[in-house]
Unconditional design. Structure first.
Ligand code: EPZ
Length: 423
């Protein structure tokens, strides 16, 4: 396994290009199942999760070719479709469950392995399945698989009230509804930019969707969808992650392709902590106002609130702040596993249930630490960049799932970071 070696250093300067969004691409790719015509995605990120989704879709019968070193993904499902998503692929990545809605829309049938839990939580699918049942789907759980069948052969439009604004359930139901008979309304839908990006792509394919980006999405079913080419939206989580690099190290960095509208709540918290964010022609310029950042309180919420996927990274910053911060994680039940690792670096973090109290320290100390999940891994790298001495982050396979070229992007602005072979 590889590890990342980071040595604390001085202020950062330069530019970091932001890639296409992993969590947009992972829902855009299954949309190819909805049409016999080709779907081409541009600005795709080059990540192991994208390769896993490619493998899954190919196992279902999709023909997929990539161009420009993976930046362009061309997909086509004009042949017979296999409706069974096998456990050995699904268990690697929860987003595999996003083939459920498209398979039901296209074939009226699907066998999809339950993804199982992951480090950050149980990750049930009840909101997905309750919504599909309202669309006339019978669902049986057997030997770890969901056996789903559109009882009338074709999905029926329905009014669906979500108990929680689930991102994945919104995506699954929205894709399913594009080919259903009649109109579907999703109340309390997720509002994330990835939902809007998916709706934009589906409209390009001929779908009739309104209200995406708000809590009520209306989908008028059509008989078929056509071909489309769609650019993957900028990755707001990668953007926020790299904005924290100059925040924690000092200096000034421009994030190419960055857009404030993608991470408004996050930018407000950075501003309150003493970070200047300026919109430029090419993206966002970020610099620390002066000296240590100030403590701020953070609560994770569905968009447009503070993103849970930036909670671990923000904790790294607040470990070096002046004062005491409270981080409340309200989306996942177990998303503080980075805390014990930061404590090994001298951080003062008290975790009680869904809350972490962080008392800032002047300087963290480098130490060997272990990545436990995707966002925790990059939180430890940020901490290591601001720490005295050397930090070795092991199990960086987590990192490769969601961040392309981390070492070159960060060393490109002056971080002392390298990837090494680990035992
Ligand atoms: C998406 O996961 C993202 N993944 C996650 O990013 C992100 O953290 C999450 O949305 C929240 O923003 C992708 O887009 C591939 P949810 P998803 O359904 O769709 C509970 C990353 O780091 N829930 O909004 O699974 C669930 O257990 C990943 O890139 C149910 O109870 O998120 C969780 O506590 C991590 N029943 C909460 O809702 C359901 O049927 C949020 O889940 C569905 C979800």
């Amino acid at each position: 396994m590889d590890a990342i070696l980071v040595r604390g250093g001085g202020p950062l300067h330069g530019t970091i290009p932001i890639a296409g969004a992993k969590n947009a691409c992972l829902t855009l790719m299954p949309a190819t199942l909805l049409s016999e015509e080709p779907l081409t995605l541009t600005n795709a990120p080059r990540l192991s999760d994208i390769r896993t989704m490619t493998q899954l879709l190919q196992s279902l019968g999709a023909e997929i070719t990539t161009l420009q070193e993976g930046r362009v993904i061309s997909m086509s499902c004009h042949g017979a479709i296999n409706t069974r998503a096998e456990y050995d692929i699904v268990r690697k990545m929860r987003a595999s469950n996003l083939v459920l809605g498209p398979l039901l829309a296209r074939e009226g049938y699907a066998e999809v392995s339950l993804p199982g839990g992951c480090a950050i939580g149980a990750r049930p699918m009840d909101i997905h399945t309750d919504g599909l049942q309202k669309m006339g789907v019978s669902i049986e759980l057997r030997d770890g698989y969901l056996y789903a069948k559109a009882t009338g052969g074709r999905l029926q439009g329905a009014v669906i009230d979500f108990p929680f604004a689930s991102v994945g359930a919104t995506e699954n139901i929205m894709m399913a509804a594009t080919l259903a008979k009649g109109t579907t309304v999703i109340n309390n839908a997720a509002r994330e930019p990835e939902i809007v990006d998916l709706a934009d792509c589906l409209r390009r394919m001929g779908a009739q969707i309104d209200g995406d980006g708000t809590s009520t999405i209306t989908i008028q079913g059509v008989d078929r969808l056509g071909a489309a080419t769609h650019p993957v939206v900028t990755d707001r989580i990668e953007l926020g992650t790299y904005m924290l690099a100059p925040a924690i190290c000092g200096g000034e960095v421009e994030l190419l392709g960055g857009r404030i509208d993608l991470i408004g709540a996050f930018c407000e918290k950075l501003d309150a902590a003493g970070i200047d964010i300026t919109e430029t022609e090419k993206g966002l310029k970020v610099k620390r106002r002066n000296g240590r950042v100030r403590a701020v309180d953070v609560t994770t919420e569905p968009f447009p609130g503070f993103p849970t996927d930036l909670q671990a990274q923000m904790m790294a910053l607040l470990c070096t702040a002046e004062g005491t911060s409270t981080l409340e994680e309200k989306i996942f039940e177990n998303r503080f596993m980075h805390a014990p690792e930061l404590i090994r670096m001298g951080a003062k973090v008290d975790v009680h249930g869904g809350k972490a109290i962080v008392t800032g320290v002047e300087k963290l100390k480098g130490a060997p630490v272990m990545a436990t999940d995707l966002r925790a891994s990059v939180s430890l790298i940020l901490a290591g960049m601001a720490a005295e001495g050397e930090t070795k982050v092991s199990r960086v396979y987590h990192l490769d799932r969601g961040y392309e070229h981390v070492v070159s992007k960060l060393s490109g602005v002056g971080a002392n970071i390298e990837r090494i072979k680990d035992e």
